[in-house]
Design a protein around this ligand. Structure first.
Ligand code: PEP
Ligand code: MG
Length: 949
């Protein structure tokens, strides 16, 4: 029996793996293998696969038996290539042990550096480097890192301090030195002994000196870090399945802290914030890699590297263009200079803002580096949200600056505008957000522990760190507004204040004060500043900006133009009012997929007659109230038809439980009593009568139209009269009347008959006939299962996946919040099924309905109008099962257009659509980039109902 290969070696221009092996080797392992193969200088090493991680967990957190022999063999190869021996007293090999998942999870998992050091090898390192101080400094760092990561001594609570830092600080205090670098060798030696004593005291074990024992423990610890709290939170936020696991890469150490001819840096082959084609990055002289990413020292710009290390700068520039041409994508690289020699430690597709993603994709296609089709596939559809987000109103910002509210400048790491109240702790950001506050997280620096708070904040501002610091990386990934490296800030966390060295002198701000940050310019402003629509919105919706003056818009439009040429799925909008329809058209809607007529009743002057209609106790009373509603609805529908021109407009008859329209307070009761001439008592009694225990499963949807046929009659009349009015204006209207919540064909027959009878009557009255269709929502499992019968009457289906999900899971969509929270936390659900279609269950019902429906009526038109219609992974699924269109809120149309094009392209690439599995599964479950942009008022809300009594 052959066993799977567990370990993949790389180094000296060769590698067992390659860049296609991301899933098995993780991004880091695959990148190192590829770089090694194409002759980029990387220190030799090997990668233990992600499948070992899976087995490790299956085995009760033990490494499978065949892993260690493979590790030993691979280590031997590294020894040969490096010309050093692991554990040797002379010229010892030291290694780093790092995590590496399929997609990068910056800083969420653990790393151990300088592994292999002990009291013997430290002397060897001193000899080899000719620098005793460096050797002992590396040793004390290793002991602390090993203690924290492998032996679990890292503090668990935010109030606690790292035990090794406490010892270090004590030592500095005793010697009267401020900086670590001022500690003499003797002090470093003492620190090593004290760190080990701390391990013995806290953990009851001797610090392991045997290098192989260190290595095995470190590999296990890195695998275990896949399940640490930070990594789990990150996975949840980004929709990364727990089943993927991490790889572990063990690599020969190179040192950027070997003196003034050494250094370390991080760079992007293009600007990750704006997408501009410029080499963009930072480096630190005489430092280790962690120092750049941790953001604890503000590094120098890469453009300054040439002045210090001209040859290295030249080599790096060559590596930049080589890697970009090789990967045909923007790369994020890590490098180390050890005594004047350059090594690359990592290359991966660089995280970028939505702005940068679009610009890079479009420009690379224009440069001929990728095809337009590849450009389409390069942009995460959800990232388009950022381009629709507001920016600061320039006038308001200038006024704020002129009135002395400018505080400081930092590095613009995440574009956009954010205003909120200052919080200094990530946990507070979460808690305040829960209370409904808008917050900006302000800190010295952020770390992976802060991830949930960062997701909760409108934006973040840090005092330290460069454009590649943790805060900057996370901002770009989450699509958050961020400013980093704002050195004018200093903090008193105890007092929950910060002091800003402003041009006019120091200014102190406290927790809860308002602050505004411009992530496009790096300006920090006191107080809140008004925002204005984005460039795209100004061109498309407000028509205040000419495309010629809007480069961001032009790239956005170009990408979507390419996408439109590839997609098969049509896109429609969920829109209830003419202004929403206009927005929808600007964003590319090819029709309206759902007009929720009940939303119209909340409009000016309509709720009164609507309430009269509901409390009516006889058919005559109800008709009288409906007669008042008829002209109002007719006008609404006419507005929609006019706005949409010859595009199809699906109008749904009334859906939610009637009592939701009723007054919730005494004032409303009194008004209704006055309007109807009934007593307040009687009105209250009627409201009680209408109250239901489970309104979601009660008298709603077509059941209402069946209970009160005159409602459907009136709505149908309003639709057809409006259609005739608009058709008389020369517009070719295409009404589609949709009956909600059908589970049985007879229900639809009942309602369709009313609609068709009214249509015939109106056409007879108006002396003209119009094309129209009658269809239904498929949103009850029984409806899906009996789709063949329902299709005998329905001319179209629209999947109401909000209700279909609710009923397939048996979880009320109104009450799901707390359950979902736990389920996502416990990995019971990988993603929120109300956000992304559950393909196995809800998706199966949809497949069945498509298949059975089309069997009865091959011309059946199929769409979706649940919230999932704007979710990239769900759009892909809709493409795969052969729907004709997706319908979503207007501001999500660009996402749907791009996602539909990607689905078509992937299907073509896979050769068979139903088998393809998409990277679009890597998506947000609950927060962050895939949430719609702060929704303008004209957007369709998810469920715009008055609160229940
Ligand atoms: C649905 O259920 O998916 C749907 C679109 O209808 P509503 O959200 O109005 O119930
Ligand atoms: Mg519904």
């Amino acid at each position: 029996m052959t066993t799977a290969k567990r370990v993949y070696s790389f180094g000296a221009g060769k590698a067992d793996g390659n860049k296609e092996m991301n899933d098995l080797l993780g991004g880091k392992g695959a990148g190192l293998a590829e770089m090694s193969s194409i002759g980029i200088p990387v220190p030799p090493g090997f990668t233990i696969t992600t499948s070992v991680c899976t087995l490790f967990y299956k085995n009760g957190k033990r490494l499978p038996k065949d892993v260690l022999p493979a590790v030993a063999a691979a280590l031997h190869k590294v020894e040969k290539l490096a010309g050093k021996r692991f554990g040797a007293a002379r010229n010892p090999l030291l290694v780093s042990v790092r995590s590496g998942a399929r997609v990068s999870m910056p800083g969420m998992m653990d790393t151990v550096l300088n592994l292999g050091l002990n009291d013997k090898t430290v002397e060897g390192l001193a000899e080899q480097s000719g620098d005793e101080r460096f050797a002992w400094d590396s040793y004390r760092r290793f002991c602390a890192m090993f203690g924290d990561v492998v032996l679990g001594m890292k503090p668990q609570r935010k109030e606690d301090r790292d035990p090794f830092e406490i010892i270090l600080d004590r030592k500095k205090e005793a010697l009267g030195v401020k900086l670590d670098s001022a500690l003499p060798v003797s002090a470093l030696k003492e620190l090593v002994a004290e760190f080990k004593a701390e391990v013995l005291q806290k953990k009851g074990i001797h610090f392991p000196d045997e290098p192989m024992q260190q290595l095995v423990a470190a590999i296990e610890a890195v695998f275990q870090s896949w399940e640490n709290e930070r990594a789990r939170a990150y996975r949840r936020i980004n929709g990364i399945p727990a089943s993927w696991g991490t790889a572990v890469t063990v690599q020969s150490m190179v040192f950027g802290n070997m003196g003034e001819d050494s250094g370390t840096g991080v760079a992007f082959t293009r600007n990750p914030a704006t997408g501009a084609n410029e080499f963009y990055g930072e480096f630190l002289v005489n430092a280790q890699g962690e120092d750049v990413v941790a953001g604890t020292r503000t590094p120098q710009k890469i453009s300054e590297l040439a002045a210090r290390f001209p040859e290295i700068a030249q080599q790096l520039e060559e590596a930049r263009s080589r890697l970009e041409r090789h990967y045909r994508d923007m790369q994020d690289i890590e490098f180390t200079i050890e005594r004047g020699r350059l090594y690359l430690l990592q290359t991966r597709a660089g995280k970028r803002t939505g702005f940068a993603a679009v610009r890079i994709a479009v420009e690379m296609a224009e440069e001929g580096l990728v095809t337009p089709r590849e450009a389409i596939l390069r942009v995460d559809p959800s990232a388009l949200n950022q381009m629709l987000r507001p920016v600061f109103d320039e006038g308001a910002k200038q006024r704020a600056l002129a009135s002395g509210r400018f505080l400081a400048n930092g590095l613009p790491a995440g574009p956009g505008a954010a205003t909120g109240r200052i919080v200094f702790f990530a946990t507070d950001a979460e808690a305040w957000k829960e209370k409904g506050e808008q917050v900006v997280l302000v800190r010295h620096e952020t770390s992976p522990e802060n991830i949930r708070g960062m997701a909760a904040a409108n934006g973040f501002l840090t005092a330290f760190g460069g454009m590649t610091s943790h805060a900057a990386l996370v901002a770009r990934q989450m699509g958050k507004v961020a400013i980093v490296g704002c050195e004018a800030l200093s903090f008193d966390y105890e007092a929950r204040t910060m002091t800003v060295a402003t041009p006019g002198g120091p200014r102190t701000l406290s927790e809860g004060d308002w602050i505004s940050i411009d992530g496009s310019t790096g300006q920090v402003i006191e107080g809140s500043v008004e925002t204005t629509p984005s460039e795209v919105v100004q061109v498309l919706i407000e028509k205040k900006l000419h495309p010629a003056d809007a480069p961001v818009y032009r790239q956005f439009a170009k990408l979507l133009e390419w996408a439109d040429q590839e997609r098969r799925l049509k896109v429609r909008a969920n829109a209830d009012l003419p202004d929403q329809a206009t927005v929808a058209i600007a964003f590319g809607a090819q029709g309206i997929g759902l007009c929720r007529t009940e939303h119209m009743f909340f409009g000016e002057g309509k709720i009164g007659p609507m309430r009269e209609m509901i409390v009516a106790e006889t058919g005559r009373e109800r008709r009288a109230a409906l007669a008042k509603l008829l002209p109002l609805q007719r006008e609404d529908f006419a507005g929609l038809f006019r706005a949409m021109g010859s595009r199809p407009v699906t109008i749904r008859t009334i859906d939610p439980p009637l009592h939701e329209f009723l007054p919730q307070d005494e004032k409303g009761v009194a008004e209704l009593a006055l309007a109807t001439g009934k007593s307040a008592e009687r009105i209250r009694a009627r409201i009680d009568e209408l109250r239901e225990s489970n309104p979601m499963l009660g008298n709603r949807g077509c059941r209402l139209g069946i209970s009160y046929p005159e409602i459907t009659e009136t709505q149908a009349r309003a639709i057809f009269e409006a259609a005739c009015d608009v058709a008389d204006e020369g517009i070719e209207v295409q009404p589609e009347v949709m009956i909600p919540l059908v589970c049985e064909r007879n229900e639809l027959d009942h309602q369709a008959k009313i609609v068709r009878d009214v249509a015939a009557a109106v056409f007879a009255e108006r002396g003209r006939a119009l094309q129209y269709s009658v269809g239904t929502m498929i949103e009850i499992p029984r409806g899906a299962l009996t789709a063949d019968r329902i299709a005998e009457t329905a001319e179209f289906f629209s999947f109401g996946t909000n209700d279909l999900t609710q009923m397939a899971f048996g979880i009320s969509r109104d009450d799901v919040g707390p359950v979902l929270h736990i389920y996502l936390e416990e990995d019971i659900f990988e993603v929120d099924p109300f956000v992304s279609i559950d393909r196995e269950g809800v998706g199966e019902l949809m497949r069945i309905a498509v298949e059975r429906g089309r069997r009865t009526r091959p011309s059946l038109k199929l769409g979706i109008c649940g919230e999932h219609g704007g979710d990239p992974s769900s759009v892909e699924f809709c493409h795969q099962i052969g729907l004709d269109y997706v319908s979503c809120s207007p501001y999500r149309l660009p996402i749907a257009r791009l996602a539909a094009a990607q689905a078509a392209l992937r299907e073509r690439a896979a050769g068979a659509g139903l088998r393809s599995r998409s990277p679009a599964r890597i998506r947000l479950a609950r927060a962050g980039p895939s949430a719609p942009p702060s929704t303008p008022p004209s957007c369709t809300p998810r469920r715009a109902r008055p609160p229940r009594a």
